[in-house]
Write a protein that binds this ligand. Sequence first.
Ligand SMILES: Nc1ncnc2c1ncn2[C@@H]1O[C@H](COP(=O)(O)OP(=O)(O)OP(=O)(O)O)[C@@H](O)[C@H]1O
Ligand SMILES: Cc1ncsc1CCO
Length: 320
Amino acid sequence: MTAPTNEPDHTPGASSDATRSASQRSGGRSRPDAQSPDAAHEAGTDASAQALAITPEAIGRVIDAVRDAAPLTQCMTNAVVTGFTANVLLAVGASPAMVDSLEEGPIFAGIADGLLVNVGTVTAATAEAMRATAAARAEAGRPWCLDPVAVGTLPVRTQLARDLLEHAPAVIRGNASEVLGLAGEQGAGRGVDAGDDVDATLAAASRLAERTGGAVAVSGAVDAVVAPGAPTVRIGNGDAIMTKVTGVGCALGALVAAYLPVAGSAQLAAAAATATMTLAAEDAAHWASGPGSFAVELLDALARLEGDSVAATLDLRVAS
Ligand SMILES: Nc1ncnc2c1ncn2[C@@H]1O[C@H](COP(=O)(O)OP(=O)(O)OP(=O)(O)O)[C@@H](O)[C@H]1O
Ligand SMILES: Cc1ncsc1CCO
């Protein structure tokens, strides 16, 4: 379907137009090459499969395939964003499960299609659960996403995230300051907020990617995704209002986790998740009157995003 192009109607009682109808949101998706998470796993989808071309069409196919496959996505995430993250996953067709205890996390990591580990409000207890769960995931040979929230600023989570690299996250997703912090370089971040430029992180991101064998996705005004031996992918979509709602980046990490078992490569999963979030954000920003309505509109825009609409508006730049 096409993204709405008209201005929002704030008239009291104004009804939604055809572009926002539930029937249109759910109908008529084409799903060529859809791959179930199980099929992807059996076919050996993992962090080393980096060779898939990143095109708007490939990204569109991943978006539709995720709706088809409804990947069960385990989230060990922070207390600020848990509900929003679950709703973002539901909006793209994934199935969220917030399973984060030491007792259950490692068991569920062998069952879930996707796994996110986000250290945003980590405690001693959740750190132990994250270590055990990431180890179990790696042991099972299945892909997972690490979100190093505020790493580089705070010592306990910085050590934890660096230790978790041993379990080879298929994608590391963070803002520029977090990626620099994880790589051991001095950034200008202040806690969860980025203070660094995405392009200034690419050398450090590439070193991290070489170390894990996976992809590194750096978010900002123009997002970048690097992977070993692959061209750098940049996505220029999005809207500055995304930084006025807490947890949009954290929810993007959850999308990466959900897309990983479906996409066939770590870099494509990260690019498709970034395209999903940023295209939906542009749509939502069009309808929103501020951060509050933007958060709600974002869920609706995610729910109506379809793969075949991506090519028309995606600002995708693949370095030669
Ligand atoms: N200045 C900007 N203009 C447009 N889009 C942006 C801008 N900054 C960030 N974004 C988008 O916002 C999303 C989240 O990125 P951001 O860098 O804010 O993550 P984050 O700092 O980890 O967020 P959080 O900690 O709130 O979860 C990305 O999809 C990115 O494209
Ligand atoms: C605000 C905040 N504090 C810890 S995690 C988090 C969510 C955005 O990263």
